[in-house]
Design a protein around this ligand. Structure first.
Ligand code: AGP
Length: 368
């Protein structure tokens, strides 16, 4: 069916702005809002309590959603997770545990490497759960359990709303796993569910950073390279930020775990390169700040993404500080994804690239 851009200039812009609504839909599917609990609708063909390990395989942005989910499953459900890009997972001949669950994540549900990973996992006796946006897709059909992301059709090649809906779904699954494994008290579950329910409102607030980011994009568009740094769940988001910028603006970018800075990438820092530091005021904030200090000491141009507390405590001159609302650390990746996407979008618009159909890329990679 026909999907229109409405009054947006690009599908990507439309899809970024749809996020509060579609994430809210996705959450409503997995949460019991009245009881403030998670209620996975699917009848699961496995039991979280007996699981030894989860293996996750996906590509590109879906892989980064999986990396974020790894932190959640480990912290919230005390469930060990191994994760790999699907093109490696399918050929690695990894031994998989007897009582194992594999999770594949895909917007299209047709990505060749992800589908091959699913088949490998099944062959190795794993139960397979698919987090997919297209419910009629091959990956959905071949999986034992399907967790739909209710993002609606995503047209822009750069994934935006599918990513945040994947995160919403995976967060709900992690909370369900935590409850099933007796790790979460009912109180803690309620607290996490409440944090998730807040996300659409927080996303709307984050979208208001648009004009500030549009200004910033003018200087990004003159850069040759951009570095993204973060710790904990902000680390996969740094990877996602770099991917988004590369794919639509063609500017070279890299994402790093902030703690890796002094193991190499710090050599790149000069007064020309923007360094995007993703640092909500969470349990690793101080650590990220000391890395940011290292960038500042070498004359790096810092663009800090944080909240009011973080901005007040940072104590370092930045080129720009994007201030987001304060929130439960569980949900920062969902909300901080918005400025990350807006930076890539506005930079690409400045560069005059084909935002929705970037060169050399296909929306769905159905061949190896
Ligand atoms: C994201 O912006 C990309 N275009 C790409 O990395 C994408 O996420 C990847 O190809 C996976 O696609 P899928 O979710 O349809 O499996």
């Amino acid at each position: 069916f026909l999907v229109e851009k409405g009054n947006h200039r690009h599908f990507m812009a439309k899809e970024m702005h749809e996020q509060p609504e579609v994430v809210s839909h996705t959450l409503a599917h997995y949460l019991d809002l009245a009881a403030e609990t998670v209620q996975l609708e699917a009848d699961l063909p496995f039991d979280f309590t007996g699981l030894e390990r989860i293996s996750i395989a996906a590509c590109g942005t879906a892989y980064y959603a999986g990396l974020i989910a790894k932190y959640w499953f480990e912290q919230i459900a005390r469930l060990p997770v191994e994760i790999d890009v699907a093109s490696e997972f399918r050929y690695r001949e990894a031994p998989l545990p007897k009582n194992g669950l594999a999770i594949v994540i895909s917007q299209s549900g047709e990505t060749a490497d992800t589908l091959a990973s699913l088949r490998y996992a099944k062959q190795e006796g794993q139960k397979v759960m698919a987090v997919v946006n297209v419910p009629t897709s091959t990956i959905a059909r071949e999986s034992d359990a399907v967790m739909p992301t209710l993002a609606g059709p995503e047209i822009g090649v750069a994934s935006t709303k599918a990513f945040t809906c994947q995160l919403a779904t995976l967060a709900a699954v992690a909370v369900a796993a935590g409850r099933a494994r007796g790790v979460l008290t009912p109180e803690r579950e309620r607290e996490l569910v409440r944090a998730l329910v807040e996300v659409p409102r927080l996303m709307n607030e984050a979208l208001r950073l648009g004009p500030q980011i549009e200004g910033l994009a003018r200087s990004f568009a003159k850069s040759q390279d951009v570095l993204y740094l973060g710790r904990s769940t902000s680390y996969p988001l740094a990877l996602e930020g770099a991917l988004k910028l590369k794919e639509i603006s063609y500017i070279h970018a890299e994402g790093y775990a902030a703690g890796e800075l002094k193991h190499g990438p710090i050599a790149l820092i000069d007064e020309k390169m923007p360094v995007v530091v993703i640092a909500p005021h969470d349990q690793v904030f101080d650590k990220t700040m000391s890395n940011m200090q290292e960038v500042a000491a070498r004359g790096g141009r810092i663009i800090l993404l944080t909240d009011a507390r973080g901005a007040a405590e940072a104590g370092i001159d930045t080129e720009a500080t994007l201030v987001l609302p304060e929130m439960n650390p569980l949900v920062t990746p969902l909300v901080y994804a918005i400025p990350i996407q807006l930076i890539a979008y506005h930079t690409a618009v400045q560069m005059g690239t084909d935002v929705d159909q970037p060169r050399n890329l296909a929306k769905s990679v159905t061949v190896e």
